[in-house]
Design a protein around this ligand. Structure first.
Ligand code: FPP
Length: 241
């Protein structure tokens, strides 16, 4: 049920799940323990956002640059992703009843067949849902996403489907992973970093940013509320006065 505690809600929230490594280090634990806790926070905040009535939410789980991390860390994140996919399949009926549509943003060609199969299956099984749109960005890069769209357009020009003068902002948008979704209104980044890190570049052109020192595994529903309250107060002008 939509909650009435906010007068205005962002149509699309982007979340950069940062600080897992430091959370683990602070406790003398291996980094992957931070990711395990981070994956729990992802589930908690995803569910909370849906209950609040946020229609679109995108979480950044793994960037195109994250392959350069130690192999065991990459393996641990991919395992957590696989676990999430299995759980989403097991709970498919429940998710359908809640109206949740799942999308995976990013280049899946580098992922295993097993992961890709589960991703395709879940996207297809939830494609008619409209209440909550939950995106998980995995092997995702915003610049790469725009490049991919531009290449599609170049092919359409070569095959004379469109002419260069017909290209509009919508043509580029149509080639993005989030093509049918509204732009990002609010980007949340915990852990004290204040960067976009190649996340939803096109979609965040007019996004408000909210930062916090909390490390992602410690991030709570109250922190999410705080971000939404800050968003309520922002004076958004979209380039106007
Ligand atoms: C950034 O923190 C976090 C990541 C690169 C991975 C995020 C992954 C998860 C939250 C778990 C995966 C969940 C699913 C469902 C796939 P960092 O490691 O850069 O933290 P640090 O800056 O403190 O080192």
């Amino acid at each position: 049920m939509a909650d009435s505690k906010f007068t205005i809600l962002p149509a699309h929230v982007g979340v950069i799940m940062d600080g897992n490594g430091r959370w683990a280090k602070n406790r003398g634990l291996p980094r992957k323990m931070g990711h395990i806790e981070g994956a729990k926070t992802f589930r908690k905040i995803g569910e909370y956002a849906g209950n609040l009535g946020i229609r679109h939410i995108s979480f950044y789980a793994f960037s195109t640059e994250n392959w350069s991390r130690p192999e065991d860390e990459v393996t641990a994140i991919m395992k957590l992703f696989g676990d999430y996919l299995k759980e989403a399949e097991d709970r498919l009926q429940e998710n359908l009843e809640k109206g949740i549509r799942l999308r995976f943003l990013g280049d899946r060609s580098a992922l295993t067949d097993e992961l890709r199969y589960a991703m395709d299956y879940l996207e297809d099984a939830t494609k008619d849902m409209t209440k909550v749109n939950l995106n998980l960005a995995i092997n995702y890069g915003g610049q790469q996403e725009i490049l991919h769209s531009v290449k599609n357009i170049a092919e359409d020009i070569l095959s004379e489907k469109i002419k260069p003068q017909d290209i509009t902002l919508e043509t580029i948008q149509a080639g993005l992973y989030t093509k049918e979704q509204p732009p990002v209104d609010l980007v949340i980044r915990p852990s004290g970093e204040q960067r976009l890190s190649n996340f939803l570049l096109w979609q965040s052109a007019y996004a408000e940013f909210w930062y916090s020192d909390v490390l992602w595994p410690d991030f709570t529903e109250n922190d999410f509320d705080e971000a939404l309250r800050a968003f309520e107060k922002r004076n958004r002008r979209f380039g106007g006065v």
